[in-house]
Design a protein around this ligand. Structure first.
Ligand SMILES: [Zn+2]
Ligand SMILES: [Zn+2]
Length: 264
């Protein structure tokens, strides 16, 4: 499988995943033109994309879906709660009815030869999810916006080859930064976002379960730095005595550009 974050930050997220015969996007939170540009950079195009699967309705995850569905005819897949919220807020433009695909909670579905298992996350959205994405014996897990990582979520990500997880904020930077108090409270809450330290703990867990490739995603531009996120993940992994440094790969997903693709 090929795994490649195209954009990753609080202002827009889209990730490309492909097998030899099937390609999908997870989220389309920047406009369609920018996604098209990023796809071209990795030698792909919208004509390769079989579906876009959505984590939740916040604009940094769905901005491009209206144009992608209407102009490129690509199905958009989300659960019932997320569709309800997308339609009600009406921010991403019309998605034609026949391009709206619904999935059920905790039920694996397939796009081509890719198996996709959604699992509940804890975020201030209607019905947010993370995904396990599998093909053959390869497994990629994606945890985006969530305030906490529950035991149930951890059991889903066990055995992943790649874990992409939100490293949203450095706690010290957020608490001492210029955000208004209500926003700090929202981000810090159990239905907000993950701090570097929270996420590093999950990275360590996944490493114990055999994961060796970590992609740190959705960094806040105001409350984090790539260095702070990387250091936190590195510290988390140092506590895993069974790891040899050279066997581990940590990538910080780039906010406005394509991140180096990982092939597993
Ligand atoms: Zn987000
Ligand atoms: Zn969100």
């Amino acid at each position: 499988m090929v795994f490649c974050p195209l954009y990753s930050s609080s202002s827009g997220n889209a990730t490309f995943i492909a097998t030899k015969s099937t390609a999908i996007l997870v989220d389309a939170g920047v406009n369609a033109l920018r996604i098209e540009t990023a796809l071209a950079e990795i030698g792909a195009s919208f004509s390769d994309i079989k579906a876009v699967i959505i984590t939740h309705e916040h604009i940094d995850h769905i901005r491009g879906i209206g144009v992608i569905a209407r102009r490129h005819g690509i199905p958009i897949i989300a659960n019932h709660g997320t569709w309800e919220a997308i339609i009600e807020q009406g921010k991403a433009g019309e998605v034609p009815f026949e391009k709206r695909i619904y999935f059920e909670h905790n039920t694996t579905f397939y796009v081509g030869d890719i198996a996709i298992t959604p699992f509940e996350t804890h975020h201030d959205a209607n019905s947010s999810v993370g995904y396990c994405i599998e093909h053959g014996s390869s497994k990629i897990s994606i945890i985006s916006d969530t305030g906490t990582v529950s035991k149930a979520m951890k059991s889903h990500i066990a055995g992943s080859d790649i874990l992409m997880i939100e490293f949203n904020y450095d706690e010290h930077m957020l608490k001492n930064g210029g955000y208004p108090a209500f926003l700090k409270k929202r981000i810090l809450s159990a239905k907000g976002h993950l701090s570097n330290d929270d996420a590093a703990e999950v990275v360590a867990f996944a490493a114990h379960q055999g994961c060796r490739k970590f992609v740190l995603s959705h960094l806040s531009k105001e409350n984090n730095t790539p260095e702070a996120a990387y250091d936190a993940a590195f510290q988390g992994l140092r506590e895993c005595s069974e790891l040899r440094e050279e066997s581990v790969e940590i990538l910080v997903a780039r906010p406005e550009k394509v991140t180096k693709p990982i092939i597993i």
